[in-house]
Design a protein around this ligand. Structure first.
Ligand code: TXA
Ligand code: MG
Length: 328
């Protein structure tokens, strides 16, 4: 079982030494907890894929703590890089850039690009600084399951497979970073919606961004590895609804109703009822994964979840849609 460590200077040094010795550890970021390894060490990176049971075709994000480190491993002389990195780093924005050599090949799953981010979470920044190398880190969950937003979530679903977890409290965003791909020609593209919204990206750059619509073709798989629809799923069946909840009846005593709107729906017959984020958008983003995990812990069989209406959170809609994909 992994040791749960509080972030003090000694434990940060200890975790940095584990990473330099090729171990994998779970670390807090402002988006979700990550499962980190030294991105230059192929056998350490291999351990991430094994612990998560992650398909080898799904590349990892590298986490740096300054632009010099980014420059060492990626070409940053692409349009919009400077403006985006100045405005949104450190923070929940990942930028896909042409890669240089020096990273383990498995980090990028053999692609000639690399996804980079400078996280804002201070504990994470201190660990990267102490290691002095980029950390490859996907979300610290078994592949396909809901991402972790607390240290306890990591222990619950991955605790047996890793050596340590550094506790940084609850993640401030609660959803994974926005991923943008910058190329030397053509429009920049959002590969995954996240906390940095498209309108902010467009306002800051004065450019239009394309957003990727996943259709699950082999072509999509190549352009956006790891973004195919079945992802982020709780064990419970997740069914979506909109409008009036009064027709929805639980089929077992273990079913749950999650609603988002201000008005409480007619939910008399459900034993488990949850008002996601108190109806507040950013709070709902922060709480979505914790709520889905809580439903699984309660043994809920079917979650009837309201799709937030009239809200500008493509990230929230994206995660809810993926979590429910595959269920009628
Ligand atoms: O917020 C986050 O981004 C969290 C924290 C830990 O930083 N990390 C995260 O990693 O969500 P992960 O592995 O769950 O998702 C990374 C995704 C991949 O699934 C893939 O879609 C995309 O990043 N990706 C990575 N490298 C890429 C590349 N070279 N080209 C296109 N997409 C890439
Ligand atoms: Mg993930």
């Amino acid at each position: 079982m992994a040791a749960l460590l509080q972030p003090q200077p000694e434990t940060i040094r200890h975790v940095a030494d584990l990473l330099l010795a090729g171990e994998i550890v779970a670390l807090p970021t402002e988006t979700v907890y990550g499962l980190a390894a030294d991105a230059t060490n192929a056998s350490a990176v291999e351990k991430i894929y094994a612990a998560k049971n992650r398909p080898p075709s799904n590349p990892l994000i590298i986490h740096c703590n300054n632009l010099d480190m980014v420059d060492e491993y990626a070409y940053t002389n692409v349009p919009l890089f400077e403006i985006l990195s100045k405005k949104f780093w450190p923070g929940p924005l990942t930028i896909v850039l042409p890669r240089k050599s020096g990273l383990a090949d498995t980090v990028t799953a053999g692609l000639d690009s690399v996804a980079v981010r400078l996280p804002q979470q201070p504990v994470m920044q201190k660990v990267i600084e102490a290691v002095g190398r980029p950390l490859a880190a996907p979300s610290a969950n078994p592949s396909g399951y809901v991402s972790p937003t607390t240290a306890q979530h990591v222990i619950d679903s991955l605790g047996d497979n890793i050596s340590a977890i550094l506790d940084g409290g609850s993640c401030a965003c609660g959803l994974e970073s926005t991923i943008v791909m910058l190329t030397s020609s053509g429009r920049p593209r959002i590969l995954r919606p996240g906390p940095v919204r498209m309108n902010e990206l467009e306002r800051v750059t004065g450019c239009q961004f394309d957003s990727l619509e996943i259709r699950n073709t082999p072509d999509d798989a190549q352009r956006a590895p790891g973004m195919l629809t079945t992802h982020y799923q709780p064990r419970a069946r997740l069914l979506l609804w909109q409008g009036d909840a009064s027709d929805i009846k639980p089929s077992t005593a273990n079913d749950a109703l999650i609603y988002f709107a201000e008005r409480p729906p007619n939910a008399g017959t459900f034993n488990v009822v949850n008002h996601l984020g108190g109806g507040l958008l950013e709070q709902a983003e922060r709480e979505l994964y914790a709520t889905l995990r809580e439903m699984d812990a309660l043994g809920v069989e079917t979650i009837y979840m309201e799709v937030p209406r009239d809200t500008y959170s493509p990230a929230l809609l994206d995660r809810i849609n993926r979590a429910s994909s595959g269920w009628a």
